[in-house]
Design a protein around this ligand. Structure first.
Ligand code: HEC
Ligand code: HEC
Length: 558
């Protein structure tokens, strides 16, 4: 069945400790086959916990602002719930222009930055979080896919990205995938980031320092230890913090994220009353007139093959064709599994369908673009009642209840981006040249002892001098001032720091950033300050344009 399961190099583990854990939670075993595991990366509880720590640690990004989990949230079925706020999550698509039909609803990564921490303001995402050019598919049940990504470019044999040697021969698409995001300068990394830099950073930080509400098992595992000690426990005999071990640990964690126990699983096991009459009618459309099961069959509800449905013209995103170079593959994407699908909106590789009803309408009309289209995609002639039933089946019969509730193994820490630890912006700016209000940019959490935290300013008058003002009335002045020798001047309420001149061309186009080290002073914990940028702009009232305000509170690592 699964290509990897046939592979003689794989052991289809019976998963002693995991199935035990599932049984302990009273969850029926469902209909999934045993998870395929590469022989040289067996699952151990310690490795899975290390992988979980890494997956949820925003310190894996250059900017301390993005974890794997930022884009893969369990309660969103393993996709990115922020994508629904399309404004921030829009990619301009192949033509590079926003508000055209090829736009993609993607997921937000890092602001473009350099190793120094400095931000670069570059189109199409000037001084804001860059957006991926595809939707984030789920890490849940990804362990079963012989290849990963929409185009299958993460392959079964895993090559150590540093040594360039094959480490795992087969069944290792998860490992292959995991070494991508940390060095991607859109998803998690600065421009030119390499594994030496990632390993050096991880070796120096306190694991999960930015996260809060750690699940007990994870908190017990980390318990004040550093990453080198955690790697030593997870990889006895080969203890180093390395790209390969990072990938192996994350993949091991992902091999524990298996969703079972859906109403549909229960139905397949013959448990009476598992599906409502409407869901059952939808199931019949799914396997009958809808022909869905031709590609979404089997326990994963995916054939893991590549098909062109006609979501968009193939030339906008070649999909599989860009990997194989075969014209016949242009516009083909890997069939996603449908477990937990209702949590994962918006749908398709480009996030173009906001709801499952939209998806069903799309199939019913036989797709939108005929080029290269799969012969199975034809008008279906479903009645509205059949469509409603199909939607009901997709929406309510395919959820593992532990996923939306984020119960183990889908439990997780709270990210700093989800908590009050991320700086808060509030409107208080004043208009400058061209009618633009300078825009403060603050996404990095103010962790005490952090060697680099970057703040940005955009939308000001290019070439104009800029100052960063610190409002000390909101904070505890004496503690803060201990560490601030570079004061330019002060009013009773504000201290000013010179921050150079804005780079760019013309009004509203100037931008800059300031990277500061946050002193290792425990007394800073809980100190709140308010920041505001001031652009010396002759076109502004009084000659100064102020930015939005930024409120931040310093915090200590957990
Ligand atoms: C900025 C958002 C973002 C971050 C951060 C991110 N991902 Fe993803 N992830 C995506 C997108 C987008 C895709 C699909 C890309 C494609 O197919 O071209 C993806 C694909 C995947 C897949 C493949 C799923 C499938 O069915 O093909 C897995 C597994 C995955 N990511 C795990 C991870 C891990 C592990 C990390 C951290 C090391 C991570 N992601 C970091 C956005 C993100
Ligand atoms: C020819 C194979 C094929 C058939 C038949 C098919 N699908 Fe799909 N399905 C796919 C592929 C491939 C994708 C991803 C396409 C893309 O993103 O461009 C997909 C995507 C989806 C998605 C979006 C999932 C996500 O995570 O974005 C849903 C929901 C879905 N299909 C449901 C159905 C239903 C319901 C039917 C029957 C009416 C059906 N499919 C028939 C191959 C198929």
């Amino acid at each position: 069945m699964l290509r990897s399961a046939r592979d003689g190099l794989l052991v289809a583990l019976s998963l002693g400790w995991m199935s035990g854990a599932l049984a302990a939670q009273g969850v029926p075993p469902g209909t999934l086959p045993p998870v395929p595991v590469p022989m040289a990366n067996p699952i151990t509880p310690e490795k899975a916990l290390l992988g979980k720590a890494l997956f949820w640690d925003e310190q894996l990004s250059s900017t301390n602002s993005v974890a794997c989990g930022s884009c893969h949230i369990p309660s969103a079925g393993g996709a990115d719930p922020r994508s629904l706020l399309a404004d921030d999550s829009l990619h301009p698509g192949a033509d590079g222009l926003f508000d055209t039909p090829d736009d993609v609803v993607g997921t937000r990564g890092v602001i473009r930055s350099f190793a120094s921490g400095a931000y670069e303001s570059a189109e199409p995402f000037p001084m804001r979080e860059q957006v991926t050019d595809r939707q984030a598919p789920s890490m849940i049940n990804a362990a079963f896919s012989p290849t990963l990504f929409w185009d299958g470019r993460a392959t079964a044999s895993f090559v150590d990205p540093v040594a360039g040697e094959v480490v795992l021969l087969a069944g290792a698409a998860l490992e292959s995938q995991a070494v991508g995001p940390p060095v991607s300068d859109v998803e998690m990394g600065h421009v030119g980031r390499d594994w030496d830099q990632i390993v050096a950073k991880l070796s120096a930080v306190q694991p999960l320092a930015l996260a809060s509400d750690l699940p007990d098992a994870l908190a017990d595992f980390v318990s004040g230890r550093d990453y080198p000690s955690l790697f030593a426990e997870a990889f006895p005999g080969n203890a180093e913090v390395s790209a390969t071990n990072i990938a192996m640990a994350i993949a091991t964690y992902e091999r524990t994220l298996l969703s079972v126990g859906t109403p549909f699983d229960n139905f397949l096991q013959g448990i009476p009353g598992s599906l409502t009459p409407l869901q059952n009618q939808g199931r019949q459309v799914f396997v009958g007139q809808g022909r869905c099961v031709a590609c979404h069959g089997g326990p994963l509800m995916s054939d893991n093959q590549f098909h062109a449905l006609g979501v968009r013209p193939p030339n906008e995103d070649l999909g599989r064709g860009a990997i194989t170079g075969l014209p016949v593959d242009n516009g083909r994407f890997r069939t996603p599994g449908l477990r937990n699908v209702q949590l994962r909106a918006p749908y398709f590789h480009n996030g173009s369908m906001p709801t499952l009803a939209d998806v069903v309408d799309f199939y019913d009309r036989g797709g939108d673009f005929p080029q290269n289209q799969d012969p199975l995609i034809n008008p279906l002639g479903l009645t509205q009642q059949q469509k409603d039933a199909l939607v009901a089946f997709l929406e309510t019969a395919l959820d593992d209840p532990r996923v939306p509730a984020e119960l183990p193994p889908f439990d997780r820490p709270t990210l700093s981006s989800e908590s009050g630890r991320r700086p808060e912006l509030f409107a208080s700016g004043g208009v400058g040249s061209g009618g633009f209000v300078p825009r403060a940019v603050a996404v990095e959490p103010p962790l005490i002892g952090s060697p680099a935290m970057t703040l940005g300013l955009a939308d000001g008058l290019a070439g104009a001098p800029v100052l960063l003002g610190v409002d000390l009335q909101a904070g505890a002045p004496n503690i803060f001032l201990r560490h601030t020798p570079f004061l330019l001047g002060a009013t009773p309420a504000m201290h000013f720091y010179p921050a150079g001149t804005l780079v760019g061309n013309g009004p509203g186009e100037g931008a800059t950033s300031l990277t500061v080290a946050i002193p290792e002073d425990p007394e800073l914990a809980g100190v709140e300050i308010v920041l505001q940028w001031f652009v010396i702009d002759p076109g502004a009232a009084g000659g100064v344009a102020g930015s939005d305000g930024t409120r931040l509170e310093f915090f200590a690592a957990n």
